[in-house]
Design a protein around this ligand. Structure first.
Ligand SMILES: *Cc1c(COP(=O)(O)O)cnc(C)c1O
Length: 384
């Protein structure tokens, strides 16, 4: 008799629905018979500059050691992080992407039947890693699309193990001030962990935007995560890190597979940390692109959620289906991201690209929206 392995899978896994990534370029090329080179992908908040020259050189020089295991302790990368962030190596946990850290902290501290707390519209990975271990993911209603930290603190119960805070949040681009974050941290019981995800830290210019790492001395229940996938332009290599007290890092490092970050990722991340020009230019391109999108959205009469990240959510006009706009963009070779699964069915998220990519997107969007408007006009005219 055939075995039903789905029934044998642990409950948390059986009930999981996989993360939906942005559509890959080659997939769209196959579907629509498009040229890969003509496709503009603004769907996964990647750095549109491509990798930095120092990262590429570092990868090249690692090729000779391809047969060796990577440095499981990540000595060189941790040293550079310590130098730049004023940390001790014992505070750092390296991840195969910062998503790895989310998994380590959940598997270290959350039992079947426990709760974790997230905000409505929060990054989907938190819920996934929590459900995997059989935990309940409690979503606290957002305020103007952003985290309501007062309500999130109030939602903590005896069952709560971790509260996830994303600053700024993806997909909304909303952020919390230093005051809001500190008030929240003061309200969280000391035995409840706070995972502060700062994946977009480098892009934020606001004066009262908090630096989570500076709060670690004060709050021993805090874990801050950052990544090389965004401003550092290394998403394909999968490398990120958590910073915490040495005690929490020791626990997470027990869960961490010994060689979870490969040699190329370690070398490229270390090199890019030192490539200040590249990071500076990446941020400048983002600032210019964000200003352009906001100006264009205003001209098109589209409302949007103000964002401090490298992406922005805009709302499609009333009566227009966001999936039609998404599909229309795909047909024109532009990939962006639907956010209906983030409880934002009328919004679409677009990542900031190069100025050329941004223009291609806006031109396609303008064409689609004018088509929608004129077909509505003709329906009106037909009725009249
Ligand atoms: C992109 C992103 C990350 C980064 O994930 P990696 O695993 O480091 O690539 C983490 N958190 C949020 C909120 C993100 O949007």
């Amino acid at each position: 008799m055939a075995v039903n392995f789905t029934e044998l899978a642990v409950e948390g896994v059986r009930l999981l629905r996989p993360y939906q990534p942005g559509k890959p370029i080659d997939e769209l090329a196959r579907e629509f018979g498009l040229n890969e080179a003509d496709i503009v992908k603004l769907a996964s908040n990647e750095n549109p500059m491509g990798p930095g020259p120092k990262a590429l050189a570092a990868i090249q020089s690692e090729l000779a050691d391809l047969t060796r295991y990577p440095d499981g302790a990540g000595f060189a990368l941790k040293s550079e992080l310590c130098k730049q962030l004023n940390l001790r190596p014992e505070q750092i946990t390296l991840g195969n992407g910062s998503s790895d850290i989310l998994d380590f902290i959940v598997r270290s501290f959350v039992n079947d039947g426990d709760d974790v707390i997230v905000s409505q519209h929060a990054f989907a990975i938190y819920g996934l890693v929590a459900k995997m271990v059989g935990a309940n993911c409690i979503a606290v209603p957002a305020k103007n699309y952003g985290h309501d930290l007062v309500a999130m603190a109030a939602a903590i119960t005896d069952k709560t193990r971790i509260v996830f805070v994303t600053n700024p949040n993806n997909p909304t681009g909303t952020w919390n001030t230093s005051d809001e974050l500190v008030t929240f941290l003061n309200a969280v019981p000391k035995n409840v962990l706070v995972l502060l995800d700062e994946a977009y830290f480098e892009y934020v210019h606001e004066a009262d935007y908090p630096n989570g790492i500076e709060l670690l001395d004060e709050y021993s229940n805090l874990v801050v995560t950052r990544t090389f996938s965004k401003a550092y332009g290394l998403a394909a290599l999968r490398v990120g890190y958590g910073v915490s007290s040495p005690e929490l890092a020791d626990i997470m490092n027990r869960v961490r597979p010994p060689f979870n970050v490969d040699s190329f990722a370690l070398a490229a991340a270390t090199a890019t940390l030192q490539d200040h020009e590249y990071v500076k230019e990446s941020i400048a391109i983002n600032d210019a692109g964000m200003a352009y999108f906001i100006e264009q959205f205003q001209q098109l009469g589209l409302s949007y959620v103000p964002s401090v990240g490298n992406f922005i959510c805009f709302e499609v006009p009333t009566g227009v289906n966001s999936m039609d706009v998404y599909q229309g963009l795909l047909q024109r070779g532009v990939i962006i991201r639907p956010v209906a699964n983030y409880e934002m069915p009328n919004h679409l998220r677009v990542s900031i690209g190069t100025s050329k990519e941004n223009q291609v997107f806006i031109a396609a969007l303008t064409e689609i929206l004018s088509g929608v408007a004129s077909s509505e006009d003709s329906v009106q005219a037909g009725k009249a």
